[in-house]
Design a protein around this ligand. Sequence first.
Ligand code: TRP
Length: 330
Amino acid sequence: MNQPKKRILTGDRTTGRLHLGHYVGSLINRVALQDTYDTFILLADVQALTTHFEHPELLQTSIYDVTIDNLSVGLDPNKVTFVQQSAVKAIAEMTIFYSMIVSVNALRHNPTIKSEAAQYGYEELSYGFLGYPVSQTADITFCNADLVPVGEDQIPHLELSRKIVRKFNNMYGTNITVPKIKLSATPRLAGLDGNAKMSKSLGNAIYLSDTPEEVNEKVRKAVTDPARVTKDIPGNPEICNVAKYHKIFTPDRYEELAEKCRTAKIGCVECKKILAESLNTLLEPMREKRAYYEAHMDEVRDIIITGSRKASEIGDAQVALMREAMHLAL
Ligand code: TRP
């Protein structure tokens, strides 16, 4: 008999459109695994509130944007379940239960929380922000996800999730799945401006929804080897951002282009043009799918609502088991 498929749950905060950093960090994995795993994609709107609580109007558009971004890269809505986090009440309830068994210090010392909090200042840090890895644990376990594909900044959260679940199971005798982490094969994507990370807040992102012209323009402005002031000075691909991108997005020609750069046989302008072409070739099929969904927003809404209903049923069953184990079921 066939074993039931194992489950994946992963997701995105709904704070804006997704970019190439998301693509290499997480979306590629989702697409590759959707046939083998029963996949849940979480539209983390509650988690988005941790930083965007003053701008809820932005969240609604973003729920749609993030869903369309995920669909545009090739996730198949007939196979994948899209879930609006705030629509699944079990997640909120499980968050409260888990919050009783996690120490504040574990959260305060979480390196990702720390570096994100540095942007806001600890004084400004809300209870919800500090606790978002706890609600993320509920996200993952309401459906007993086996595997969570994420980028490296999420590792501390996932490690904490595994601890919380083990502790809960030990304490109450439940059998909640301890999730495994699936790290992206590609290291974090640097910004083309020389920043260590591509990020919306740093203003250096190439969005999956960018037009060819926007991509050309962003690549044209990319920072390269600063010592290569003119074309006849040989460049150093080891320290060049554009070269790093070629390695990921033009892998077949990487060695050739790097060699031409080292021997000053290709200039940065031409090298960037080739990169822009590679990116546009990657993005073109996504643009086509996006255009379809943007013209069928009812379908997108339906995908989210149907998925969230299914998730709620699964989550309610999980909470019922937990309540029973915790002697809360009368
Ligand atoms: N914190 C994740 C991010 O910022 C998004 C997220 C929310 C998530 N819930 C999740 C990722 C559950 C994996 C599993 O990208």
